[in-house]
Design a protein. Structure first.
Ligand code: DXP
Ligand SMILES: NCC(=O)COP(=O)(O)O
Length: 241
């Protein structure tokens, strides 16, 4: 089985920085530390309301970090223009509702097909690897196929919050969806709400190529430091393969 990539999401370093409106802690410094500790990529979500990552962070990340940058973005003209200006390695299209506390579910790629098609084409034409942050369902995977997205990222929030039999059901949904995506030539990724306690069964799904993990790593780093926490996540993921 191939090595599972770890994308470290640094959004919530910016959440702490923005609490005081200054420059500290700097999410780019967090990206450097994550890189040295074994991350394979850095993920940052430029929200429309700029509650954590800001425009300037995107330029600094792409200019200053050698790892591939995965820009999470809503499917808007504003975000498209920013992505085309900075040309990150990857752009992950996520759903956004301004009042939400976090990204509560996957993108309705099937329902928004006609809106997404030209946006995905423009990103792809610019050499940006497009990913769709979707629920692990056949309907959304079929939409990704028809939209010619090379990557999907399954929203693991329902799995992360479920317990017992319900969690086992969610895990099966993700495993089935990963197999279906791979069968259709789409690279499956996963992320949202992953922790030391719940990452192993997801990391063991053979088709999944990348996990994007943020909130837990940054929270845990307060107690143990970012480098040891990234290394521990890396180790759990490697052991699961
Ligand atoms: C899309 C997604 O899952 C992430 O962007 C991540 O959860 C961090 O950002 P938020 O907590 O603002 O959703
Ligand atoms: N796309 C998911 C992501 O980047 C990280 O999600 P979380 O670990 O912050 O919940």
């Amino acid at each position: 089985m191939s090595r599972l990539r770890l994308g470290v999401n640094i959004d919530h370093v910016a959440t702490i920085r923005n609490a005081r409106g200054g420059l500290h802690p700097d999410p780019i410094r967090a990206a450097e530390i994550a890189s040295e500790a074994g991350a394979d990529g850095i993920t940052a979500h430029l929200r429309e309301d700029r509650r954590h990552i800001m425009d300037d962070d995107i330029g600094r990340l792409i200019g200053g970090i050698a790892l591939p940058i995965n820009l999470e973005m809503a499917a808007t003209e504003e975000m498209l223009a920013i992505a085309l200006r900075h040309r990150p390695h990857a752009a992950c299209i996520v759903p956004e509702r301004r009042e939400e506390v976090t990204t509560e579910g996957g993108l309705d790629a099937a329902g928004q097909h006609n809106h997404l098609k030209p946006l995905i084409a423009k990103l792809s034409d610019a050499g940006i690897r497009v990913s769709l942050f979707i629920e692990p369902t056949p309907r959304q995977i079929e939409a990704a196929v028809s939209l010619r997205a090379p990557v999907v990222e399954f929203h693991t929030g329902r799995y992360a919050h479920a317990e017992g039999e319900e969690r086992a059901t969610e895990l099966r949904r993700i495993a089935d969806a990963a197999a279906l995506a791979a069968k259709n030539g789409i690279e499956p990724h996963a992320g949202h709400g992953l922790t030391f306690d719940n990452v192993v069964p997801i990391a063991a799904i053979p088709q999944i190529a990348e996990l994007n993990i943020g909130h837990f790593l940054i929270g845990e780093a307060i107690f143990d430091g970012l480098a040891p926490v990234v290394r521990r996540m890396r180790q759990l993921m490697d052991e699961a393969r």
